[in-house]
Design a protein. Structure first.
Length: 233
């Protein structure tokens, strides 16, 4: 029987009362599966990722990741669970502007013993990931991330998410600021890292051309009744 990495059941979420953003009866991702989730801007993709990543608490229904019901954890325990098990590429990157490139990438090892142990030599692993993403130039490693281009910042965020071989990797529009050549190299690295470590990947984008690279591709509207209702209105 295939183990489950992500299991969403009976999930409803509203930012404004009476206006559900998400109404998902069921959404399941198997361990090690690489899933592409597509949807237009405003369809609730980032909200769903925030719930699965433990950034937001579910208000109705359940969100289980690696068998843990995130809704039953207090906020500090959700933060600890995310630090130990989930790599997250945020749409706005969430890099610390006063730190250099290398210091941003090694942050997961500062917050999680598990990620630090799985990374081994943390600095060497950070440099390997940055080099594979095309930003391993020694002159860049100590540069404040605020002085980088948007595309370079995005790659730093990806390297940070991959550090320490997380069990689940959540990527919110991770290729939006990359040119075609860099995007191809990034996707090759992402897929190879996930295959090598058995990491479950949930990748969200509006670029449907990327869907064929994944084990499974689906539109958010296929699982989100709130989105279908808005389209029908």
């Amino acid at each position: 029987m295939t183990e489950t990495a992500i299991e969403v059941k009976g999930l409803r979420f509203e930012w404004v009362a009476g206006e559900p953003v998400l109404d998902i009866p069921s959404f399941v991702v198997a361990r090690g599966e690489r899933v592409f989730l597509e949807g237009p801007s405003g369809s609730g993709k980032s909200t769903l990722l925030g719930l699965i990543g433990g950034v937001l608490p579910p208000r109705e229904g359940s969100v289980r990741v690696l068998g843990t019901d995130l809704g039953k954890l207090p906020s500090t325990a959700r933060d600890r669970f995310r630090a130990d098990h989930i790599g997250f590429v945020f749409q706005m990157f969430n890099l610390l502007p006063y730190l250099g490139v290398l210091d941003n990438v090694v942050l997961p090892a500062s917050f999680s013993v598990r990620r630090r142990e799985r990374a081994g030599d943390v600095l060497a692993e950070a440099r390997r990931l940055l080099d594979a993403l095309g930003i391993g130039d020694p002159g860049l490693l100590s540069r404040d991330v605020g002085r980088l281009s948007i595309g370079q910042q995005q790659r730093v965020a990806v390297a940070r998410a991959l550090l320490g071989r997380p069990d689940v990797l959540i990527a919110d529009e991770p290729t939006s600021a990359l040119d075609a050549g860099t995007r191809e190299a990034f996707l090759e690295l992402l897929m190879s890292e996930c295959r090598a470590t058995g990491t479950t990947l949930l990748f969200v984008s509006h670029d449907t051309a990327l869907g064929s690279l994944f084990d499974r591709s689906l539109g958010l509207g296929a699982v989100n009744r709130a989105g279908r209702a808005r389209q029908a209105a």
